[in-house]
Each structure stands twice: as C-alpha cells, then as structure tokens.
Design a binder for this molecule. Sequence first.
Ligand code: GDP
Ligand code: MG
Length: 440
Amino acid sequence: LSERLEGAWKKLRGQDKISEGNVQEALREVRRALLEADVNLQVVKEFVAEVQDKALGAEVVRGVRPDQQFIKIVHDELVSLMGDTNEPLAQARTAPTIVLMAGLQGTGKTTASAKLALHLRKQNRNALLVATDVYRPAAIDQLVTLGKQINVPVFELGAEANPVEIAQQGVAKARQDGIDTVIIDTAGRLQIDQDMMAELAQIKETVNPNEVLLVVDAMTGQEAANLTRTFHEQIGITGAILTKMDGDSRGGAALSVRQISGKPIKFVGVGEKVEALQPFYPERMASRILGMGDVLTLVEKAQEEVDLADAEKLQEKILEAKFDFNDFLKQTRLMKNMGSLGGIMKLIPGMANKISSEQLEQGEKQLKRVESMINSMTLQERKNPELLSSSPSRRRRIAEGSGHKEKDVSKLISDFQKMRSLMQQMGQGSMGMPGMGGFP
Ligand code: GDP
Ligand code: MG
C-alpha cells in the first residue's frame, strides 16, 4: 500500500492545499489499497466517503504539506473506525463474568478460549473453561488438553450431553466454586448454519453472558463482513477476537467487523501457542492496514509539525520586537520540522510572496551555520543579543566554540538585529524583503 499511496501523495505534495481535484487520485489509491487488504467493498465505500468529507473539510494547517495532512486523515479515520482505544474484556459486577465464544469452525474458538483463560490468569482472574462442542470428535479433548497445559479447569459432560445444558451447568459450577470468569467454547460449522445459530442463541438466552465474542479468522477477508452481519443480527455480539494475525493477512477483516457490528475487537490471536493473544490496538491495526513503514513516519512527522501554538507565539514576539536568539533557535527548529523556511515565512504576514525559492534555499543552508553559533552562546547572550555587540571577547568565544570566525559572529549579530527590525516592519506590512542573502 505504501508504494501505491506514495505516487498519489507525490501528486498532492506539489499542491498547497487539499482540493476536490487533487484528492480524488489519492482517494482512489486508498480505496484500492483497502480492497487489497481485504476490506469489504461496502465498508471501503463508506470509509472513502468519510475520508473525502474530512479531507475536503480539513483546514489547511500552516506548514504541513497536504500529502501529510491527507495521510493523517486516513490514518486517524482508520483508528477511529476501529474504536480509538483498546477495550478490555467486560467484567460482571458480581462474579462470574460469562463469556460466550462464537464463530465458524476452524477460526480458532477453542484456542482463543484457552488463550483468554491464560490471559485472565495472568491478571489474577481465574477462569473455568466449558466445553460445549459435542459434535466434533476430539473437540472436548482439545479443550481439556489446553486446560491442563495452562492449569485452568475444564468443565465437560461428555459428547452425549446437550450443549445448552453443559453451558448452564458450567456456569452453575463456576458460581459454586467462586470462579471469576466462565469461558464457554462452542461448536462451529464450516458455514453459517441455522442449527448452529439456534444453538448459540439458546445458550445465550440461558446463561445471559456478559460477552459474546465473535471469533474471526483474519484470513477470512471479504467474507468477514457477511459473517459479522449474520452473527450480530442473529445472536448479538459484544465484541470480537481476530485470530491468525500472525499470518500475512493485512487485517482488513478488522475494519469490516467493526464497521458492520459497531462492536470492538478486543483481542488478536497471533499464533498457535496459548500465549499468543494480544489486546487489540486500533492504532497498530491502522498502521498494518496502511502498510506501516514510511506512512507511519509521515504521520508522526505531521503530528509533530502541527505545533501551531508555538508558531503563533513566535509571530507575536516578532511583531513586538521581543524576538531574541532563543526564539530564533526555536524558530529554526520549527522550520526544520516543517521542512522548509517557506513554511515559517508564511506565518509572517506580508512575507509569503516576497521571497524567491533560491533565496529560501540559500537561507536554509545558512541557518545551519547560524544554529551552531547560537548553540555556543550562553543563555544570557541569547536573551540579550546586545551583550554581544559590545563584547569582542564574547564573540571570539562563540566563534571558537562553533568553529567559525569572529567576523562571522559579528555579522550574525548585526544581521540578526537588522532582520529583527525588518521582520517587525514587515509584520506591520510596510515593506518588502531584501532577501536572506544578508545572513552570515
Ligand atoms: P475452532 O474450530 O474455532 O475451535 O478452532 P481451533 O481453536 O481448533 O483452531 C483451528 C486451528 O487454527 C488450529 O490448528 C489452531 O492451532 C489454529 N489457530 C488458532 N488461532 C490461531 C492463531 O492466532 N494463529 C495461528 N497461526 N493459528 C491459530
Ligand atoms: Mg473448537
């Protein structure tokens, strides 16, 4: 995805704001990328429409490039769609908490049941596993074996018993034993099946669980949407566990599950071992869906850059001529974050159109040297540039410390003073800019 998007970003990069025209291409890439990540078509459509709204409505953030802004919108929208934060397992006010596992056969319900039990044990919450899959040979044994492995009791009544009754008695047993959480593993089918649904619904009605967790195989892809819809409509789920995320799935199923049911994904399974369960973090999944890497760095950069409060404070200082070397240094760093001198120049009223790009480029080079000189100044000197104009020994010290000549420092100081008064005048909108060439 990241390569895909890059092309689109590049087109956005040259633009100075996100517009109806330039955003279409980027949106198309997002759409394609999501489909590639196996997100359901309907879900993709809704998502893209949402992003488009947000992108076009987005205020231009000064100093942030539109491509960065766009990707941040996509990322944030993904995160928000997936629920922003991790939602932990529900806990009943009075024990036991009852968790009902639901899902198709082979998705990892039994494994997830054991994983969950282990997860709870690590939080000092004890669990009872209840085996209601009486259809598949060895399904009960599988749970019993897992239970032994993690030292969690398993309640079962053999393969002849009725699943609803097993569930009911399991819960009674947990209550009796003062167990914190009951996890009911259920039978799945290869496909949605009315018997399975009826049985699940009946168990649910009988034990009144605090959680009904739909277990979804992340490889399910597009089908995840239908699956979720059916389970949610017929049983009513409270959340989901996305399994097999250790595979090469892009995690598109996560988006579908959330969008369709409105319920959070609470955990992800990341391996066959019982330890391989992690809380679900929307942020991480968004990165995975977006293809990670560059994209995330871009987003992080964009977030750092939007330190507008700082920029505005600087602008005020410029206008009031209280601008000192400290501010200058801050401004320099801000400029670096923003990627260009032009970014900050735009913050100064009347400045934007008055500097050529060559002048800017040269200015940027010079900034580096200037920064090193300022770094060699004491705090007092930075606050009070006048100290330096009257003291050759201070200037010499700074020159040596930063690897420059004394005349460079002198020039910096006089240029700085000139610049300060120029900025002030320009801030008041009275004149043009002679260019950054005057900088040391
Ligand atoms: P159930 O039919 O829904 O109970 O599914 P199982 O729990 O029996 O799991 C089916 C298969 O998927 C087993 O071979 C599990 O080891 C495997 N499995 C379950 N969860 C994961 C997971 O997160 N990652 C991987 N790689 N395999 C898993
Ligand atoms: Mg099973």
